[in-house]
Design a protein around this ligand. Sequence first.
Ligand code: DAH
Length: 340
Amino acid sequence: MEALDRLDRIKDRFEEEIKKCGDLSRLDGVRTAYLGRKGELTMILRSLSALPDGQKVEVAKQANLLKREFTARIEETRAGLEETEAATKKDKTDVTLPGIRPRAGTVHPITGTISRINEIFISLGFSIAEGPEIETEFYNFGALNIPLEHPSRDAFDTFYIKGEYLLRSHTSNVQVHVMERQKPPVQVIMPGRVYRPDAVDASHSFMFHQVEGLMVDKGVSFSDLKGVLSIFCRSMFGNDIKMRLRPHFFPFTEPSAEVDISCIICEGKGCRVCSGNGWLEILGAGLVNPKVFEAVGYDPSEYSGYAFGMGVERIAMLLYGVEDIRLFFENDIRFLRQLS
Ligand code: DAH
Protein backbone atom coordinates (compact mmCIF):
# COMPACT_ATOMS: atom_id res chain seq x y z
CA MET A 1 0.00 0.00 0.00
CA GLU A 2 1.54 3.19 -1.19
CA ALA A 3 0.48 5.42 1.68
CA LEU A 4 1.77 2.98 4.27
CA ASP A 5 5.10 2.69 2.44
CA ARG A 6 5.37 6.43 2.56
CA LEU A 7 4.81 6.40 6.29
CA ASP A 8 7.60 3.85 6.66
CA ARG A 9 10.03 6.01 4.71
CA ILE A 10 9.04 9.10 6.71
CA LYS A 11 9.72 7.17 9.86
CA ASP A 12 13.18 6.11 8.70
CA ARG A 13 14.12 9.62 7.65
CA PHE A 14 12.80 11.10 10.88
CA GLU A 15 14.93 8.66 12.89
CA GLU A 16 18.03 9.54 10.92
CA GLU A 17 17.52 13.25 11.27
CA ILE A 18 16.67 13.28 14.93
CA LYS A 19 19.85 11.32 15.70
CA LYS A 20 21.86 14.12 14.15
CA CYS A 21 20.24 16.82 16.27
CA GLY A 22 23.08 18.32 18.31
CA ASP A 23 21.23 21.40 19.50
CA LEU A 24 17.76 22.66 20.26
CA SER A 25 17.29 24.82 17.17
CA ARG A 26 18.03 21.90 14.87
CA LEU A 27 15.54 19.84 16.83
CA ASP A 28 12.94 22.54 16.30
CA GLY A 29 13.63 22.38 12.59
CA VAL A 30 12.96 18.63 12.56
CA ARG A 31 9.76 19.09 14.52
CA THR A 32 8.49 21.67 12.04
CA ALA A 33 9.46 19.49 9.08
CA TYR A 34 7.35 16.55 10.27
CA LEU A 35 4.77 17.83 12.72
CA GLY A 36 4.52 21.52 11.87
CA ARG A 37 1.49 23.02 10.14
CA LYS A 38 2.93 22.04 6.79
CA GLY A 39 4.95 19.14 8.10
CA GLU A 40 5.09 15.88 6.16
CA LEU A 41 3.11 13.85 8.66
CA THR A 42 0.60 16.62 9.19
CA MET A 43 0.00 16.73 5.46
CA ILE A 44 -0.68 13.01 5.34
CA LEU A 45 -3.12 13.25 8.21
CA ARG A 46 -4.87 16.11 6.50
CA SER A 47 -5.23 14.30 3.24
CA LEU A 48 -6.69 11.11 4.69
CA SER A 49 -10.10 11.89 3.21
CA ALA A 50 -8.61 11.71 -0.29
CA LEU A 51 -7.55 8.10 0.22
CA PRO A 52 -9.61 5.19 -1.08
CA ASP A 53 -12.03 3.91 1.59
CA GLY A 54 -10.23 0.60 2.02
CA GLN A 55 -7.02 2.39 3.09
CA LYS A 56 -8.34 5.24 5.21
CA VAL A 57 -8.68 3.42 8.51
CA GLU A 58 -5.35 1.66 8.41
CA VAL A 59 -3.38 4.70 7.22
CA ALA A 60 -5.09 6.95 9.78
CA LYS A 61 -4.18 4.51 12.52
CA GLN A 62 -0.53 4.23 11.47
CA ALA A 63 -0.18 7.97 10.90
CA ASN A 64 -1.56 8.78 14.36
CA LEU A 65 0.71 6.22 15.97
CA LEU A 66 3.63 7.79 14.19
CA LYS A 67 2.59 11.23 15.32
CA ARG A 68 2.58 10.09 18.92
CA GLU A 69 5.91 8.36 18.47
CA PHE A 70 7.52 11.43 16.84
CA THR A 71 6.19 13.72 19.56
CA ALA A 72 7.61 11.46 22.25
CA ARG A 73 10.98 11.18 20.49
CA ILE A 74 11.20 14.95 20.08
CA GLU A 75 10.38 15.60 23.75
CA GLU A 76 12.88 13.03 24.92
CA THR A 77 15.61 14.48 22.72
CA ARG A 78 14.74 18.01 23.84
CA ALA A 79 15.13 17.06 27.51
CA GLY A 80 18.56 15.54 26.84
CA LEU A 81 19.75 18.54 24.87
CA GLU A 82 18.50 20.98 27.51
CA GLU A 83 20.38 19.10 30.18
CA THR A 84 23.75 19.16 28.35
CA GLU A 85 23.27 22.78 27.45
CA ALA A 86 22.69 23.75 31.10
CA ALA A 87 25.71 21.73 32.19
CA THR A 88 28.08 23.37 29.71
CA LYS A 89 26.80 26.78 30.70
CA LYS A 90 27.60 26.05 34.33
CA ASP A 91 31.05 24.64 33.56
CA LYS A 92 31.99 27.47 31.32
CA THR A 93 35.37 28.72 32.53
CA ASP A 94 36.37 32.25 31.71
CA VAL A 95 40.08 31.79 31.20
CA THR A 96 40.59 35.55 31.05
CA LEU A 97 39.56 36.02 34.70
CA PRO A 98 42.44 36.50 37.16
CA GLY A 99 43.37 33.16 38.75
CA ILE A 100 42.93 32.17 42.36
CA ARG A 101 46.41 32.20 43.82
CA PRO A 102 47.07 29.06 45.84
CA ARG A 103 48.08 29.88 49.36
CA ALA A 104 51.57 28.57 49.93
CA GLY A 105 53.05 28.42 53.40
CA THR A 106 56.27 30.26 54.17
CA VAL A 107 58.91 30.03 56.86
CA HIS A 108 58.35 32.10 60.00
CA PRO A 109 60.35 35.37 59.95
CA ILE A 110 62.36 34.22 62.96
CA THR A 111 63.20 30.92 61.24
CA GLY A 112 64.07 32.90 58.11
CA THR A 113 66.38 35.22 60.05
CA ILE A 114 68.12 32.26 61.71
CA SER A 115 68.61 30.70 58.26
CA ARG A 116 70.21 33.88 56.95
CA ILE A 117 72.54 34.06 59.94
CA ASN A 118 73.39 30.36 59.52
CA GLU A 119 74.16 30.79 55.82
CA ILE A 120 76.58 33.63 56.43
CA PHE A 121 78.53 31.68 59.03
CA ILE A 122 78.42 28.46 57.02
CA SER A 123 80.06 30.39 54.15
CA LEU A 124 82.82 31.29 56.61
CA GLY A 125 83.49 27.67 57.51
CA PHE A 126 81.28 27.30 60.60
CA SER A 127 79.09 24.29 61.23
CA ILE A 128 75.85 24.23 63.18
CA ALA A 129 75.39 22.64 66.60
CA GLU A 130 72.39 22.39 68.88
CA GLY A 131 72.01 21.73 72.57
CA PRO A 132 69.32 21.15 75.20
CA GLU A 133 66.81 23.77 76.28
CA ILE A 134 66.35 22.02 79.63
CA GLU A 135 69.72 22.39 81.24
CA THR A 136 71.66 21.98 84.46
CA GLU A 137 73.25 24.82 86.41
CA PHE A 138 76.64 23.51 85.41
CA TYR A 139 76.12 23.99 81.66
CA ASN A 140 74.12 27.20 81.87
CA PHE A 141 76.23 28.89 84.57
CA GLY A 142 79.03 27.01 86.33
CA ALA A 143 81.11 25.91 83.34
CA LEU A 144 80.72 29.38 81.86
CA ASN A 145 82.34 30.99 84.89
CA ILE A 146 79.11 32.63 85.98
CA PRO A 147 79.55 32.89 89.75
CA LEU A 148 76.90 31.89 92.29
CA GLU A 149 76.26 35.50 93.21
CA HIS A 150 75.64 36.54 89.59
CA PRO A 151 72.14 38.05 89.22
CA SER A 152 71.25 35.78 86.27
CA ARG A 153 71.35 32.84 88.68
CA ASP A 154 68.62 34.42 90.72
CA ALA A 155 65.22 32.71 90.76
CA PHE A 156 63.72 35.90 89.36
CA ASP A 157 66.04 35.87 86.37
CA THR A 158 65.88 32.22 85.33
CA PHE A 159 63.13 29.62 85.05
CA TYR A 160 64.07 26.88 87.49
CA ILE A 161 62.42 23.52 87.11
CA LYS A 162 62.93 20.71 89.61
CA GLY A 163 66.18 20.20 91.46
CA GLU A 164 69.13 21.36 89.45
CA TYR A 165 67.23 21.74 86.18
CA LEU A 166 66.37 25.04 84.55
CA LEU A 167 65.38 26.43 81.16
CA ARG A 168 68.55 27.75 79.58
CA SER A 169 68.80 31.53 79.75
CA HIS A 170 71.16 31.72 76.78
CA THR A 171 72.63 29.50 74.06
CA SER A 172 76.12 29.73 75.61
CA ASN A 173 75.40 26.36 77.25
CA VAL A 174 75.92 24.68 73.87
CA GLN A 175 79.55 25.91 73.83
CA VAL A 176 80.20 23.68 76.82
CA HIS A 177 78.50 20.62 75.27
CA VAL A 178 80.39 21.05 72.00
CA MET A 179 83.78 21.45 73.67
CA GLU A 180 83.15 18.45 75.91
CA ARG A 181 82.40 16.37 72.84
CA GLN A 182 85.17 17.45 70.57
CA LYS A 183 88.80 18.58 70.57
CA PRO A 184 89.90 21.82 68.84
CA PRO A 185 89.70 23.12 66.21
CA VAL A 186 86.09 24.07 66.86
CA GLN A 187 84.15 26.40 64.63
CA VAL A 188 80.42 26.29 65.30
CA ILE A 189 77.32 28.41 65.53
CA MET A 190 74.55 27.37 67.84
CA PRO A 191 71.04 28.68 67.19
CA GLY A 192 68.16 28.04 69.56
CA ARG A 193 65.45 29.13 71.97
CA VAL A 194 66.21 30.69 75.32
CA TYR A 195 64.00 31.59 78.28
CA ARG A 196 63.91 34.36 80.85
CA PRO A 197 61.10 35.27 83.25
CA ASP A 198 60.77 38.78 81.83
CA ALA A 199 57.46 40.61 81.85
CA VAL A 200 56.21 40.59 78.27
CA ASP A 201 56.15 43.98 76.51
CA ALA A 202 57.02 45.43 73.12
CA SER A 203 60.70 44.54 73.50
CA HIS A 204 60.64 41.61 75.98
CA SER A 205 59.45 38.06 75.71
CA PHE A 206 59.88 35.15 78.15
CA MET A 207 61.07 33.09 75.20
CA PHE A 208 63.25 34.30 72.37
CA HIS A 209 66.05 33.06 70.12
CA GLN A 210 69.79 33.47 70.09
CA VAL A 211 72.61 32.41 67.82
CA GLU A 212 75.83 31.66 69.65
CA GLY A 213 79.21 31.39 67.95
CA LEU A 214 82.45 29.69 69.01
CA MET A 215 85.85 29.35 67.41
CA VAL A 216 88.74 27.58 69.18
CA ASP A 217 92.13 26.74 67.78
CA LYS A 218 95.79 27.53 68.28
CA GLY A 219 96.50 31.24 68.01
CA VAL A 220 92.94 32.57 67.60
CA SER A 221 92.99 36.30 68.33
CA PHE A 222 90.66 39.20 68.87
CA SER A 223 91.33 40.40 65.32
CA ASP A 224 89.91 37.10 63.99
CA LEU A 225 86.77 37.81 65.96
CA LYS A 226 86.55 41.34 64.65
CA GLY A 227 87.09 40.20 61.07
CA VAL A 228 84.38 37.53 61.20
CA LEU A 229 81.90 39.87 62.87
CA SER A 230 82.47 42.66 60.38
CA ILE A 231 81.85 40.26 57.49
CA PHE A 232 78.72 39.07 59.28
CA CYS A 233 77.41 42.63 59.82
CA ARG A 234 77.99 43.63 56.22
CA SER A 235 76.43 40.45 54.83
CA MET A 236 73.42 40.84 57.09
CA PHE A 237 72.79 44.58 56.95
CA GLY A 238 74.55 45.78 53.78
CA ASN A 239 78.02 46.88 52.80
CA ASP A 240 77.67 50.43 54.09
CA ILE A 241 77.06 49.35 57.65
CA LYS A 242 79.60 50.44 60.25
CA MET A 243 80.50 48.32 63.25
CA ARG A 244 82.05 49.27 66.58
CA LEU A 245 83.11 47.31 69.64
CA ARG A 246 82.50 48.70 73.13
CA PRO A 247 84.34 47.22 76.11
CA HIS A 248 81.95 45.24 78.28
CA PHE A 249 81.94 42.43 80.80
CA PHE A 250 80.86 38.83 80.37
CA PRO A 251 82.05 36.13 82.77
CA PHE A 252 82.73 33.61 79.98
CA THR A 253 84.88 35.89 77.83
CA GLU A 254 87.91 38.04 78.62
CA PRO A 255 88.30 40.62 77.18
CA SER A 256 84.67 41.13 76.19
CA ALA A 257 82.83 43.63 74.08
CA GLU A 258 79.39 44.63 73.02
CA VAL A 259 79.10 45.05 69.29
CA ASP A 260 77.10 47.90 67.75
CA ILE A 261 76.17 48.62 64.15
CA SER A 262 75.42 52.06 62.75
CA CYS A 263 71.66 52.57 62.90
CA ILE A 264 70.11 51.03 59.79
CA ILE A 265 67.15 53.39 59.98
CA CYS A 266 68.90 56.79 60.21
CA GLU A 267 72.37 55.66 59.10
CA GLY A 268 73.95 57.00 62.26
CA LYS A 269 72.32 60.41 62.44
CA GLY A 270 70.20 59.57 65.45
CA CYS A 271 66.52 58.54 65.50
CA ARG A 272 63.87 56.94 67.70
CA VAL A 273 65.01 53.39 66.93
CA CYS A 274 68.62 54.04 68.05
CA SER A 275 67.49 56.33 70.91
CA GLY A 276 69.19 59.22 69.20
CA ASN A 277 72.77 57.96 69.45
CA GLY A 278 73.18 56.52 65.95
CA TRP A 279 74.22 52.99 67.07
CA LEU A 280 72.37 49.76 67.70
CA GLU A 281 73.70 47.03 69.95
CA ILE A 282 73.33 43.65 68.26
CA LEU A 283 75.59 41.19 70.03
CA GLY A 284 78.03 40.36 72.79
CA ALA A 285 81.43 38.82 72.14
CA GLY A 286 84.93 38.24 73.44
CA LEU A 287 87.85 35.87 73.77
CA VAL A 288 86.91 32.68 75.59
CA ASN A 289 87.82 32.94 79.26
CA PRO A 290 90.54 30.37 80.15
CA LYS A 291 88.30 29.27 83.04
CA VAL A 292 85.76 27.98 80.49
CA PHE A 293 88.50 25.98 78.76
CA GLU A 294 89.49 24.47 82.10
CA ALA A 295 85.87 23.47 82.79
CA VAL A 296 85.72 21.48 79.54
CA GLY A 297 89.24 20.05 79.72
CA TYR A 298 90.93 22.22 77.08
CA ASP A 299 94.46 23.46 77.83
CA PRO A 300 94.28 27.30 77.87
CA SER A 301 98.04 27.54 77.33
CA GLU A 302 97.67 25.68 74.05
CA TYR A 303 94.36 26.99 72.69
CA SER A 304 92.58 30.28 72.44
CA GLY A 305 89.21 31.18 70.98
CA TYR A 306 86.44 33.67 70.61
CA ALA A 307 82.73 33.49 71.29
CA PHE A 308 79.74 35.64 70.49
CA GLY A 309 76.01 35.64 71.03
CA MET A 310 73.24 37.55 69.35
CA GLY A 311 69.49 37.95 69.79
CA VAL A 312 67.57 36.85 66.69
CA GLU A 313 64.34 38.80 67.38
CA ARG A 314 66.30 42.02 67.74
CA ILE A 315 67.95 41.48 64.36
CA ALA A 316 64.65 40.49 62.74
CA MET A 317 62.96 43.58 64.17
CA LEU A 318 65.64 45.78 62.64
CA LEU A 319 65.60 43.99 59.29
CA TYR A 320 61.83 43.98 58.91
CA GLY A 321 61.06 47.22 60.76
CA VAL A 322 58.92 45.44 63.38
CA GLU A 323 58.34 47.51 66.51
CA ASP A 324 56.75 44.94 68.79
CA ILE A 325 58.39 41.58 69.56
CA ARG A 326 55.02 40.05 70.51
CA LEU A 327 53.95 40.11 66.86
CA PHE A 328 56.41 37.29 66.15
CA PHE A 329 54.67 34.95 68.58
CA GLU A 330 50.98 35.73 68.13
CA ASN A 331 50.75 33.73 64.91
CA ASP A 332 48.55 36.33 63.27
CA ILE A 333 48.68 35.23 59.69
CA ARG A 334 48.11 38.78 58.41
CA PHE A 335 51.37 39.82 60.06
CA LEU A 336 53.32 36.74 59.03
CA ARG A 337 52.21 37.11 55.42
CA GLN A 338 53.54 40.66 55.22
CA LEU A 339 57.02 39.49 56.10
CA SER A 340 57.19 36.52 53.80
N1 DAH B 1 75.16 34.86 76.64
C1 DAH B 1 75.07 36.29 76.44
C2 DAH B 1 73.65 36.73 76.72
O1 DAH B 1 72.78 35.93 76.74
C3 DAH B 1 75.45 36.68 75.04
C4 DAH B 1 76.92 36.49 74.81
C5 DAH B 1 77.80 37.47 75.07
C6 DAH B 1 77.38 35.28 74.32
C7 DAH B 1 79.16 37.32 74.85
C8 DAH B 1 78.74 35.10 74.10
C9 DAH B 1 79.62 36.15 74.38
O2 DAH B 1 79.24 33.98 73.62
O3 DAH B 1 80.94 35.98 74.14
O4 DAH B 1 73.42 37.90 76.91
